[in-house]
Design a protein around this ligand. Sequence first.
Ligand code: KIV
Ligand code: ZN
Length: 511
Amino acid sequence: MNRNIIVLDTTLRDGEQVPGAKMNRAQKIEFAEQLKRLRVDIIEAGFPASSEGDFQAVQDIVRSVGDSVSVTALARAVRSDIDAVYDSIRAAQDPFIHIVLGTSNVHVEKKFNRSKESILQMGVDAVAYAKTLLPRVQYSTEDASRSEFEYLWQTIEAVVKAGATIINVPDTVGFAEPEEFGELIYKINDRLKNINGNVILSVHCHNDLGLATANTLSAIKNGAEKIECTINGLGERAGNASLEEVVMALKVRESLYKSTTNIETKELLRTSRLLSYLTGLEVQVNKAITGENAFAHSSGIHQDGLLKDKNVYEIMSPEQVGAESMELILTARSGRHAFRHAIEKMGFDTSDETKLEQCFEEFLALADLKKEVYDHDLFYLLRKQREESADSISPMLELLSFQVVTNDLYPTATVLLEYNGEKLKGFAAGDGPIDALYSAIKSLIHLDVSLTQYKINSLSRGKEAIGRVNIRLNHQGKTYSGRAMDTDIINASAQAFLNGINAILLDTSNG
Ligand code: KIV
Ligand code: ZN
């Protein structure tokens, strides 16, 4: 009989630690709602002790999806962190506290400079305290794969006695190798089930050697009952095990792994795209499952084989991950009915007729410009509209007009912005047209910011361009991203920059 593997998504915690992947509160809620549609079992919503903003974002996520998805958040093994987790997640229907503490020599000796006994006691005390708050507690033995087995086991045994209900074994630095990691999990599972058959064994793998998916699957084969993953494999350094890869491997090779998950795989692609959009971090084109080319067959031999029978070169169908159903091509003649149908298929709410009509008008304008409107285009159009209405109460810089003159001698830009009802005009020269444009905007905003990344890409098969920027707020060292889409690449670049600046203004005005 198949085992059901519990899937915890930690995109909003481990994934969000990545520089440039910061999301604001509204974006986190948006993403959590999509994780709910994806049917993940648990959302790790953040690290509430790290900042007031993180604490509030975890609370917001609990409010928006905590009635139907289990929510957890991370704490170090100290009371103040545990209290912050408890206070932020307690309103969820099935919350649990996640405590992390290292077990490897390098963590115990170098990071904490303490004895193994005192670290073990610190972990036990933390679990005992967390148990006074909630019945379910997860304990992560950080850097487990580089820990001495006997100390690792001693720790697990002690925290289980103190009441831990989930033991999470992380390969924190992506050092593990699949066979070896499988053996470790087998050994722990064997002993764990002898001391308490109800404790859940979980794994959390990082991808430093490109082995996170393989290690996670090997752990499942060897008894892991719960896995921690992120969408697009986002996470510290080389990232975490990619949820879409592990889930689809279990599905495609079900008879081998004899395991299933509750994941609604048709939501995988949409979730991946939403994350790319929200963070500005794109997926590599050949990424398994969600890359642009994951289902594209380019060689003549392959195309010929596919036409004869899909099984010749396809181990899973694009429909299974939601690819086919997203491939919509609309034109200005598509009409309201087709438009509504298309956006409902993408998971957007169409109950507000006024907003739908407004959106339809924008779609028509875009269709006039582009002739063919693809899934990507619709997706960005809808997201843009939703963001605009969500931000309408916030301080917003708006681009009213611009002129950019480009030549090889003296590129210049003039911009007209509106901020809080005031019109501001700026002018600057630069190394090139974009440098001039951004300098002109910067001359008006009085913020010490640096552009750390700028990209302009064409979108799907049309003429639309998407501009993406990362902007560092220098005195805080925090990076914000901005994106915008337009058929004019200079306008897309300007709007992306302004969206990034607006994200800074929004964040700093929220304290
Ligand atoms: O990588 C790691 O060890 C972690 C723990 C908090 C589970 O992220
Ligand atoms: Zn991690």
